[in-house]
Design a protein around this ligand. Structure first.
Ligand code: ADP
Length: 446
């Protein structure tokens, strides 16, 4: 500043002195006026360049000059660069923030004070059927027409929220959304949506499961307490006593089987993934099933003229990787079902076959009653029975195939069911090649 003032003064003095030399007092006056005018013109030109540059706003095009205007344009350039940097930073932060909201598993919609959509993430667009580019600035009330939502939006209670039907489901399996509105800023609202279809289904399944278990336990308990009451109140002879105790033991067995199946199911569901290094000789598994089948068949066909024809295919070499108890449970469930449902005189064939694609199949084929095709998709549901009385009569819990399904899934295998009503059924577990070892390893060699 001082330098500028002194140089202006210096120019005036120099021009004045030159004028004095040339024309005395008048010359000095003219020299001073001319130098001031020249100084002003140069100043206006330099200021004009700076103004011209500021109009374009391009930091890189800042004029390079000395002096006061040069200093001014340098400062402006620095300030503009800092402002640009700040804007870039806040823009980047905004993009990161929006990307984080995009990644949210819940739907997020930002509404302005009038209820227009300012921004929404892709999940919200899917939940409500918005078109992210077309529906911005549209009134939410025009796009979400569910009366439950309209009532809630009129008097929102952020804590309560509302449950409504979302887009993308079907008539039989609608998408259920839990929606909450939260006020923020000046009259703005944040709309959050969450797909609770799976949660509600899981809750319904849990309720059904508890009801089923209670029902399964209550029936034998009622029968047992009936016998206890009778034995307490009515004098019985030895034969009657024996008979009643036999019935009670039967019911106790039934409850025991149910509890044991429930425990198996829960340990399979919550247990660690089956090992892929524990190799179990397949012939041991099949031999175990064969012993169980013989014993069960003896019980089932006792008192009948004919027994079952049980055939266990050639005992295979090779081993299967997985959880021993689970594999045994799955295989013996299929075999025991075949024995229980096939009438005396029927044929049951159990085979182990190596498939051409490297997989191997454990199959159980029977000549029992068969299963109508409409039941096949539901067979592995817990407590699903085609013929409940037949199942209970033979000691079934309705959990056998649910256990098989879990074991099969955990071992990366596949359960195949083929059945023809009146002709018989074939259940097969197809094991993946990576869980099979065709050659018997020395540790298991006979
Ligand atoms: P359960 O303990 O009742 O046998 P499962 O889960 O093992 O329960 O089987 C479910 C239902 O599938 C059975 O109740 C029965 O109706 C049917 N089922 C299973 N295996 C056979 C089979 N080999 N032949 C005919 N029906 C079968």
């Amino acid at each position: 500043m001082w330098f500028r003032f002194l140089s202006f003064l210096g120019v005036q003095v120099a021009a004045g002195s030159l004028g004095w030399e040339l024309g005395g007092y008048l010359g000095a006056t003219i020299g001073t006026v001319l130098s001031s005018a020249a100084w002003m013109l140069v100043d206006i030109w330099r200021g004009g360049r700076v103004m011209q540059w500021l109009r374009t706003g391009e930091v890189a095009q800042a004029p390079h000059m000395q002096g006061w205007w040069g200093d001014f344009s340098d400062r402006m350039r620095r300030w503009l660069r800092q402002t640009e940097q700040k804007m870039q930073d806040s823009d980047r932060r905004l993009q990161e923030f929006l990307a984080a909201i995009q990644a949210s598993p819940n739907g997020v919609v930002l509404l302005d004070a009038e209820g227009r959509i300012e921004w929404c993430n892709q999940i919200a667009a899917t939940h409500f059927g918005f078109d992210v580019s077309r529906d911005l600035q549209q009134l939410i009330g025009n796009l979400v027409r569910d009366p439950a939502f309209a009532n809630y939006a009129a008097a929102p209670d952020p804590a309560a929220g509302v449950v409504m039907i979302g887009r993308g489901g079907s008539v039989t399996r609608p998408v259920r959304l839990s929606v909450h509105l939260h006020p923020y800023g000046e009259g703005r609202r944040l709309l959050l949506s969450r797909d609770i279809t799976a949660l509600e289904q899981a809750e319904a399944m849990r309720r059904d499961f508890v009801a089923n278990v209670s029902h399964e336990i209550r029936t034998p308990l009622t029968v047992m307490s009936g016998f206890v009451e009778t034995m307490q109140s009515v004098p019985l002879d030895e034969e009657q006593r024996e008979r009643y105790l036999g019935f009670m033991a039967q019911q106790a067995d039934r409850m025991q089987t149910l509890v044991s199946d429930l425990l198996t199911l829960s340990s399979i569901e919550g247990g660690p993934a089956p090992s892929s290094n524990d190799w179990i000789p397949v012939r041991d598994l099949i031999a175990h099933c064969a012993r169980e089948a013989e014993a069960l068949s003896g019980l089932v066909t006792a008192g009948h003229a004919k027994s079952h024809s049980l055939r266990f295919g050639p005992m295979p070499d090779g081993a299967l990787a997985g959880a021993h108890s689970e594999l045994l449970s799955a295989m013996s469930n299929l075999v025991s079902n075949a024995v229980r449902y096939t009438p005396p005189g029927g044929r049951i064939e159990v085979r182990w076959a190596q498939l051409p694609d490297g997989r191997a199949e454990f199959s159980v084929k029977d000549t029992g009653p068969g299963i109508a095709s409409e039941h096949l998709p539901r067979l592995t549901e817990r407590f699903y029975r085609v013929d409940p009385s037949r199942s209970r009569e033979t000691g079934g819990t309705g959990l056998g195939l649910a256990i098989v399904k879990h074991v099969v899934q955990r071992h990366g295998a596949e359960l195949q069911v083929e059945s023809t009503l009146g002709q018989g059924s074939r259940f097969a577990i197809v094991f993946p090649a990576n869980r099979l070892r065709v050659e018997q390893q020395p540790a298991y060699a006979k």
